[in-house]
Design a protein around this ligand. Structure first.
Ligand code: MEV
Length: 329
């Protein structure tokens, strides 16, 4: 039996634009998904999941998730979670040259599903790490990142960047531009997260931006302008200039809003954080619902978010400098 864990992440800058080759800067946060894998005698998969911001569920199946599991939670979220588990198992089988390996898999996570905090990437990264170790072929974090990207790419039908999976695998702050992924220096940041309890559909949101970008030159310019914000943001990060980082986050949110990926509850939370005196605030991840991230070293933003209509949960999250790791074997 092998357990690995991997962190979730927030985007300081650059989600969506990263899909079109612009740089992005995600940061791993101290919220983890843990995946426990035990090899079976047969080639079946049995998956049990708890704490995915859903009721627990157990699914047993022998291959792809073509039949909907009979469980009392949102089918699309289950289908999505199972898709990532399937794809992670395929990658592990491939890495170990063990096409018929079967597993009992348990997933625990304190990262809400689909909320923009990289839950699917963290589950995929931790799953590949645990399953390859269980099969006796441990991989370097960079290879786990690469295989996790292949898995996400497959599940998201080609609409995925390397940002989420690379950040979860290596931890800390990273910079991703196309195939070029690297860790970058970052100070400890006063990160506050607000969560509206909902989840956007990443595939649909990415497709919506793609369509706007193809229809209007100014939408393509908006995507390119996000790239400019990221480059400016990298300089502010190197200078440890939190005030400037906040200003740039506000700008980045405005452009994401223009690209149609914000929502009323995300905007409410962003404005609550700004009114509370945060350095800046923006949605994080694909959008449509889910989480915002703000920078504030006082308690004001958390207090304001607790009273903001539509905000279900708020918490402070430290930068997690560690990526995927073995918890138990
Ligand atoms: C989703 O967490 C981030 C997006 O940029 C998609 C991706 O990078 O794969 C919207």
């Amino acid at each position: 039996m092998t357990t690995s864990s991997a962190p979730g992440k927030i985007y300081l800058f650059g989600e969506h634009a990263v899909v079109y080759g612009e740089p992005a800067v995600p940061c791993a946060i101290e919220r983890r998904a843990r995946v426990t894998v035990e090899q079976r005698e047969d080639s079946h998969l049995r998956v049990h999941a708890d704490d995915l911001s859903l009721d627990g569920f157990t699914v047993e199946y022998s291959g792809a998730t073509d039949t909907a599991p009979d469980i009392d939670v949102s089918e699309s979220l289950i289908q999505a979670a199972m898709g990532y588990v399937d794809a992670a198992v395929r990658q592990a089988r491939d890495a170990a040259d063990a096409p018929d390996a079967g597993f009992d898999i348990t997933i625990e996570s304190d990262i809400p599903l689909g909320a923009g905090l990289g839950s699917s990437a963290a589950v995929t990264v931790a799953g590949i790490d645990a399953a390859t170790r269980e099969l006796g072929v441990p991989l370097e974090p960079a290879e786990v990142a690469d295989r996790a990207f292949q898995a996400e790419y497959e599940v998201q039908e080609g609409q995925a960047s390397r940002a989420d999976t690379f950040c979860s695998a290596v931890g800390g702050a990273v910079r991703v531009e196309g195939e070029d992924c690297r860790a970058i220096d970052a100070p400890d940041l006063p990160i506050v997260v607000g969560f509206d309890g909902g989840a956007g559909d990443t595939g649909e949101l990415v497709a919506g931006v793609r369509e706007l970008r193809e229809t209007y030159g100014f939408a393509a310019d908006t995507v390119a302008a996000i790239g400019d914000i990221v480059r400016e943001g990298e300089r502010s990060l190197a200078d440890e200039d939190v005030e400037r980082l906040g200003e740039l986050m506000d700008f980045n949110h405005g452009l994401l809003e223009a690209l149609g990926v914000s929502s009323r509850s995300l905007d409410n939370m962003v404005w609550a954080a700004r009114d509370a005196g945060a350095y800046g605030a923006k949605l994080t991840g694909a959008g449509g619902g889910g989480c915002i991230v703000a920078l504030d070293d006082s308690e004001e933003t958390e207090t304001a978010l607790r009273f903001t209509p539509g905000c279900e949960e708020t918490f402070r999250a430290g930068l997690d400098r560690e990526g995927v790791r073995l918890e138990e074997q």
